[in-house]
Design a protein. Structure first.
Length: 160
């Protein structure tokens, strides 16, 4: 069914976020109607969230706030989470992702690729966190990076 991205910011139209979300769901075998909230934040806003939620007082590129625990590698079923269905959208809400556009611009320049690729990659990274993936251990980081790169390849935004 796909992953609905909920975002009120007009900036989202500049990036293939919906296409990336569909690719993530396809890659992970997700078939239910799912949703993630996406926000674009200023440096000050993301620094504040990073400080308040991660105890790290610095600007970062992306923050993810997964809503469901223990879902890594699982195909989600609405029937298993009846209390987590968003009444407004009729979707299973799985988390929120916040991206700092200013930091993304800096990283795109630093890595020598487009802002479109950088923001989309950050969104994919955040979506994977919402599906329970992390990069605390090296093995997990390698798995998460490989998944993100597969998604980027599928939507034609490969690393240069």
């Amino acid at each position: 069914m796909g992953l609905k991205i909920v975002c009120d910011d007009e900036e989202i139209k500049k990036f293939p976020i919906d296409e990336a979300a569909d690719a993530v769901c396809s890659l992970l075998g997700q078939t239910e109607k799912l949703s993630i909230e996406l926000s674009f934040l200023s440096e000050e806003e993301i620094r504040s969230l990073n400080r308040d939620h991660r105890n790290t007082d610095r600007v970062t590129d992306v923050l993810s706030f997964p809503y469901l625990d223990g879902i890594r590698g699982k195909v989600l079923r609405e029937k298993d989470y009846p209390d987590d269905i968003d009444e407004e959208t009729g979707t299973l809400f799985i988390g929120s992702v916040c991206i700092c556009l200013k930091r993304a611009e800096e990283q795109a320049e630093e890595y020598g690729h487009s802002l479109k690729r950088e923001v989309t990659y950050l969104a994919v990274h955040g979506f994977l966190h919402c599906f329970g993936y992390d990069h605390v251990e090296k093995k997990d980081e390698e798995e998460m990076t490989a998944l993100a790169e597969k998604v980027m390849d599928r939507i034609g935004l490969q690393r240069l």
